[in-house]
Design a binder for this molecule. Structure first.
Ligand SMILES: [Zn+2]
Length: 366
């Protein structure tokens, strides 16, 4: 089994400036490092190297996405806006989407990196792939940057797969703790994509990610939101995969599965309140890989989204890439025992109630 890996040092040079968490600085907020900074991503890449796994992955070189590729999802006005903001420093490109000089080119390199990874999987050069790109993408709308995301990396890649590579059906399974609203919006009326988001109820964006958002027109029934209550642990997530995600994928039979991969559902993430561990992410990866193996020749692509705890994110990423590659390293996650031993990791009744509501959708046609 070969696993492709996309990374580029320039991804780390996207500047988000000083903030207090995600809030822009300015009186009365004392400036501090932005939550979406290079550290978690760089440390994940470095742990892959130290563990010995990196050298056993297949490097996939990113390239900038072309304007034609970007315009399959984004409006020309949005591209122009980000390009012009690129000349200034410290601008907010939309809603909580800071960018600096050079971010436009880096964001194109992120989208192009995910496209290259998808092509590598589709062409059989690798069995599956992980694109460790930055800035992230799953909140970006066609005409608005949101939630640290300038462009919709996964959505742009989805349109590439459908309109250039001739796939008929693709499925997104977004495990970032925040709602994958951008990907949802991209395929809202489009039955060629099944968009699934498992997220923390009403975390970000505000007033978004409800069970009742199921798509519209020909896309009705092809969007599934699972808004888990804060405090959901490995048991709740495994139940969502067993009872919602896997049955929905089996029904839909995608040609490829794309996972917008955020590690901010990890316990102790500063921007989420869920309780996943590296072993939890490993378990979910196994389930998704089994589905990809059964339904679409193992074609699985993950693209990096959030995850803001610089200590724990690298181990969650390592666990995912160990599973994807089938290579177990010698590294033991020093946080697993502490986080895995936290109370209420098992499925709780109020979490089960949410999953039961979502299960009702699966019995409807479409
Ligand atoms: Zn997130």
């Amino acid at each position: 089994m070969t696993t492709g890996f996309v990374y580029h040092e320039l991804y780390m040079w996207h500047e988000t400036g000083n903030h207090a968490g995600p809030v822009a600085y300015g009186y009365p907020v004392q400036p501090y490092e932005h939550e979406e900074n290079p550290e978690t991503k760089r440390r994940l890449r470095n742990l892959l190297e130290v563990s010995g796994l990196l050298e056993r992955l297949t490097p996939i070189a990113p390239r900038p996405a072309t304007e034609e590729e970007m315009l399959r999802f984004h409006t020309r006005a949005h591209l122009d806006k980000i390009r012009s903001l690129n000349e200034t420093y410290g601008a907010d490109a939309g809603m909580f989407s800071p960018m600096g000089h050079g971010s436009y080119e880096i964001a194109l390199l992120a989208a192009g990196g995910v496209i290259e990874a998808a092509d590598a999987v589709l062409d059989g050069r690798v069995d599956n792939a992980y694109a460790l790109v930055r800035p992230p993408g799953h909140h970006a709308l066609k005409d608005l940057s949101m939630g640290f995301c300038l462009f919709g990396n996964a959505a742009v890649t989805g349109f590439h797969l459908l309109e250039v590579r001739g796939l008929e059906r693709i499925a997104f399974v977004d495990w970032d703790v925040h709602h994958g609203n951008g990907t949802q919006s991209a395929f809202w009326e489009d039955p060629r994509a099944l968009t699934i988001s498992i997220h923390q109820d009403n975390c970000f964006p505000p007033d978004s990610g409800y069970i009742t958002e199921i798509g519209a027109g020909p896309g009705e029934g092809f969007n599934i939101n699972v808004p888990l209550p804060p405090g959901s642990g490995v048991g709740a997530y495994e139940a969502v995969y067993d009872r919602v995600v896997l049955p929905a994928l089996e029904e839909y039979r995608p040609d490829m599965i794309i996972v917008p991969s955020g590690f901010d559902a990890g316990a102790q993430d500063p921007l989420g309140r869920q309780m996943l561990t590296s072993e939890g992410y490993r378990s979910l990866t196994r389930k998704i890989m089994a589905a990809a193996g059964a339904l679409c020749g193992g074609r699985l692509l993950m693209c990096h989204e959030g995850g803001y705890n610089a200590s724990t994110v690298p181990f969650m990423g390592l666990a995912v890439l160990e599973e994807m590659s089938g290579i177990r390293t010698e590294v033991t996650d020093p946080f697993q025992e502490l986080l895995g031993g936290m109370g209420l990791q098992e499925l709780q009744p109020h979490q089960d109630a949410v999953i039961r509501e979502v299960e009702k959708l699966l019995t409807k046609p479409g």
